[in-house]
Design a protein around this ligand. Structure first.
Ligand code: ADP
Ligand code: MG
Length: 518
């Protein structure tokens, strides 16, 4: 789309000023008698990147769904480019030039990248008198789209072979192939590694140059200052404020989101007695995944794993935990050699693991909070092999209290809770096993700022009581804040270690990108 074309699409108000791209007029949404969005009266200017912030449940996704025609406002209406527009169905939104990238991925894993992008609108050609899919056309068009966006993905590759982050990028590429005038992004970066976030930001900048208006939901504060032009904060469905990014600070935005809250302070770092490791790993290798990984983990220590997506962090943890095999190397737990770990045997020894994808691996969504808090510790709670709810009750209560988990009713399915509370349940489930070592794989992914701070506090508190932790995060700031020592991984190899007290963010980022001494 050229500059002139986009300009031609803009309508002007009588005063000559550009009408806002999006205007919410007294919009409210009530679900089952509960207010999700309360009289929002706010507009978004054309051709800018508008961040929408708010803690979980504040109504962000509902606003996006109203714009994408998935949900109808109970009261009020929406104006697009100054004109009142009925967005009764996703088709209406599409016709108004509005494309949405939802939080959940919608690609079909078995299909190729190109097929996913052009699903339902494959270019056709005539062959022997009938209309057939023009495969060459599909692939070359997709290749061109990807090239234009500066991506080097192979359009013929099945989506199932891509990482979650790359899939997310393809999802966005697909949205862009519709040449939207308004692009809505609901937490697009929660699964992206730093480099992929950079790719996404480049795409967003390109679209901004073309005059596309974007509404961008994220939990990551640092991203706002890099990519957004404005930030709108809502809390409990109410509009709290809108600011220009150039005139605000993270502290101001956090205050708008939560009212004034203090950022959790890390307890002062204490000297860790590095005499007897609880976990010792030597030369652990798995063909194609990681090679010669060696480290010692001491009681009370928080060992950070830094690295970009694909650096092998999760694979290493899974192999030690016994969920995946390894080819070579040794693992010692409290001085005992573990030849072939299994999740069951490792759990019995005192190793807990909160996986990176809590929705799939960490929780049983259909089960209640109560049941999810007892999954890992059933054998410990059972008396004479019989488990009853009363036996479990104290364990459930303790975690709900200790971790300040907000559950209206512990018997309701865990799927009804916010991301932050679900993550605390995953952690509480493992703490109920009284572990000696915990692997926390991306514990802060997709949770809001306050819940993230609470999760760090839980980790610090457990470490202070002697728990040895491995902490994986794609956000390098978090590693510097949380860990006592950081192991840097790149392409499945250990390329260095960093002391968070003396390493700054740029240096750590460079180490992850380039490795040490290379
Ligand atoms: P956010 O995206 O900011 O986390 P949402 O827009 O998803 O917030 O939710 C706002 C409120 O509306 C929450 O209290 C949520 O529980 C409620 N809600 C969202 N979708 C539904 C629905 N389909 N049915 C009932 N309540 C819902
Ligand atoms: Mg949401």
């Amino acid at each position: 789309m050229t500059g002139e074309m986009t300009a031609g699409l803009k309508t002007r108000t009588p005063a000559g000023a550009l009408a806002p791209a999006i205007e919410f007029v007294e919009v409210s949404k009530v679900y089952d008698g509960k207010i999700a969005v309360a009289r929002i009266d706010h507009s978004f200017d054309v051709g800018r990147v508008h961040a929408l912030m708010g803690k979980n449940g504040s109504g962000k996704s509902t606003l996006v769904k109203i714009l994408s025609g998935a949900v109808q406002p109970t009261l009020g209406h929406v104006k697009i480019n100054g004109n009142r527009t009925e967005l009764a169905t996703p088709r209406d939104a599409f016709a108004a030039g509005i494309i949405t990238v939802h939080q959940e991925l919608s690609l079909v894993p078995s299909l190729s990248v190109a097929e996913n992008i052009y699903l339902g609108r494959m270019p056709k050609k005539r062959f022997l008198g009938s209309s057939v899919v023009d495969w060459q056309g599909v692939n070359s068009r997709a290749a061109q789209l990807l090239r234009e966006m500066g991506l080097d993905s192979d359009p013929r590759k099945p989506v199932s072979e891509l990482s979650v982050g790359q899939q997310q990028i393809i999802e966005i590429a697909k949205a862009m192939s519709f040449e939207p005038k308004i692009l809505l992004l609901d937490e697009p970066t929660s699964a992206l590694a730093s480099r992929e976030v950079e790719q996404l930001f480049n795409l967003i900048r390109r679209l901004r140059e073309r005059g596309v208006t974007m509404v961008y939901i994220t939990h990551r504060m640092n991203e706002l200052f890099e990519i957004a032009d404005t930030c709108t904060v809502i809390r409990d469905g109410h509009y709290i404020g809108g600011v220009e990014m150039s005139e605000t600070s993270p502290a101001q935005i956090i205050e708008m989101m939560f009212g004034a809250i203090a950022k959790a302070k890390r307890p002062p770092r204490k000297e860790i007695a590095r005499s007897k490791p609880v976990l010792s790993v030597r030369d652990l290798s798995r063909e194609g995944a990681f090679e010669n990984i060696s480290f010692d983990l001491y009681p009370g220590e928080i060992l950070g794993f830094a690295g970009l997506l694909g650096s092998g962090r999760t694979e290493i943890l899974k192999s030690i935990f016994g969920a995946d095999p390894f080819d070579r190397g040794t693992i010692e737990f409290e001085g005992r050699a573990i030849a072939s770990p299994t999740p069951r045997s490792m759990k019995r020894l005192g190793l807990g693991y909160t996986p990176e994808n809590r929705k799939e691996a960490g929780l049983v969504q259909m089960l209640s909070s109560h049941d999810n808090l007892c999954l890992a510790s059933l054998s410990r709670i059972a008396s004479n092999g019989v488990i009853t709810k009363p036996h479990e009750e104290p364990f459930v209560r303790q975690q709900i209290t200790d971790l300040a988990i907000k559950v209206p009713d512990a018997m309701l399915p865990v799927s009804s809770l916010s991301g932050g509370n679900q993550q605390k349940i995953v952690i509480g489930n493992w703490l109920n096993t009284s572990p000696k070592v915990m692997f926390f794989d991306e514990p802060s992914r997709g949770v809001d700022v306050r819940a993230r701070q609470q999760i760090f506090e839980i980790i610090w508190k457990q470490a202070a009581q002697g728990l040895a932790c491995v902490f994986v995060s794609s956000e390098l700031e978090e590693l510097l804040e949380v860990a006592d020592r950081i192991v840097i991984l790149k392409g499945g190899r250990q390329v260095g270690t960093a002391d968070p007290v003396t390493t700054d963010l740029t240096a750590l980022y460079r180490l992850c990108m380039e490795g040490a001494d290379h």
